[in-house]
Design a protein around this ligand. Sequence first.
Ligand code: ADP
Length: 603
Amino acid sequence: MQWIEKILKKNDARRTAYWTAVIVSLSLFILGLIIAALLSRSIAMQNQKDFEVKTTQQLTSIKSNIQFRFQMYGQLLASSAALFSIKKEVSHAEWRELYDKIRVSQEYPSLLGVGYVTTLKSEETGAFEQRMRDEREDEITAHPLAPARDMYTAITYLEPNDTVNQKAIGYDMYSEPTRRYAMELARDTASPVLSGPVRLVQDEVEGGSQYMGILEYYPVYNTKSVPSTVAERQAHLLGFVYLVVRPGDIMHRYVSTTNDLDQQTVALYDTSTNNTETVLYESQSLGNMNGYTTSTQDFAVNNRWWRVELRSKDTLINTIVAPSVILGFGALLAAAAAAIGYRLSLRRLGSVEERYAEQVQQTKEELLALASHQLRTPASGVKQYLGILTSGMFGELTQEQAAIARKAYDANERQIHIVNELLYVSKVDTGQLRMEFDTVDLVEMTEKVVEQVSEMARTKDIQITLKAPSAVEVVGDDRYLPMVIENMLTNAVKYSYMSSKVEVEVRDDEDSARVIVKDYGVGIPKEDISRIFLKFDRIHNPLSHVEGGSGLGLFLALQLAEAHSGTIEVHSRPEKGSTFTLLLPKNSRVDNVGDDDRTYSER
Ligand code: ADP
């Protein structure tokens, strides 16, 4: 029966369909995840690029703003210096007038002051102080005077002339190296020059600004035009116009009016000297900078190098679309695609499987029909020919011939039995087994079967005993119910050793009627009991190779018992024997007697 087994195994198509759907959906999910990961990566890279472009724009904007301001300051200084090259002597009033005219405080609000520095030989300091006193009604001294030196550069005017700026008047800027360096450079190059960061004299009071100051100088010579050589410039130097500014003020103004600088800190450094950074401005004190990305830009302001630095919170990089959001969303989509893919493939494969199952079913039916009908006819023919032969119609058979004919007859009987079983299985499979119920006497039925099987039992010297009450009535089909009992009884004989016994008992219990068939044969191992009711399953035992069989008997028996709302129970121990019990309900009514429509289908 291997051909049938093969076809039936193909019923594994259900499992294949399931796994195919699982693989399809998993592949979709993984593919979706990969796409989401790639997308999120490319978005992260795009965000990074956008971020870099944005910070470069910010840095450039700050740089341009600063450079533009200092160009304006240079221009302011140059035009102020022009006053001196024309007048040589400029009074405090004139300076103030100039300051007001150019509207310095309105046009250059970041400036702390614009001033003039006079160069003085040591012997001229007294006259300078006298002039100051005359002009201001105030005690002004050139300072510091010690240590004594050849030349002093005293601050002469500084507008606006407020109390803070007044503190600076008379201060010799040459006395401090950073200022002096810038002044000498301005003198020699005849151009506006910025000093390095300095602590302003104005800030040397309690509560002075935290920001460093810088000064921008522009030289004034006592010649009509700018002297051409450095030596001439040094010889003709009259003084400097200069301005005071705190880069921090410029930056503060810029930062406080720029919205873009959320979640960012800005710092400005002077990096001109030995590559050291001197802080000019920091928008907030920078503690732990973990989770920040730093971008910088170096740029020249007049003669100095400054560096602007932006530190941005890393979260800022992903403010537009966070890659993790994309990844999460992508994973969700992938899962949804996988679920849909799973359902669709299951449905698609399900229909393929259904068609396949239909085909298998059809093939099975065709094969079973072929087996049952095509095999049954010639098998029955053989039976008839054997009947003619043994009847003596063509002469008496010798003892040997009769024995051979008997064997052929038995073999033919078994063949017909198997063909019949196939026929019934085919009917069970196709739901064509129709039951016709009636009240039947189980005792009478069992007696007949016992009588039938006793003949076969005698060949093995097996005695079948029957213990039963006079009658037990149940509802059943008297064509199929005896088949169940016969199967149990033939099995008991088949799987018993020679000269054994088989005990049959019919019992009329309260809740059920029972036919119990007990043998003392080979028995069944515990682990095999669940298999004996399966279609085509034969369990190998010491007698199975001598006793033929199809593995269909118990399958059919159980189907038929269940069609009677009953069941079959088994108790067995290897080499001790088995007990098969057919249980039938006792309280079924005979509603459906003659009801041809009651069809039993395979469960
Ligand atoms: P088979 O045609 O092989 O007898 P069955 O479906 O009737 O097919 O039984 C299935 C298997 O159950 C048998 O091959 C046999 O191994 C086992 N079996 C059935 N009845 C008995 C029994 N009374 N004692 C031992 N084994 C049994």
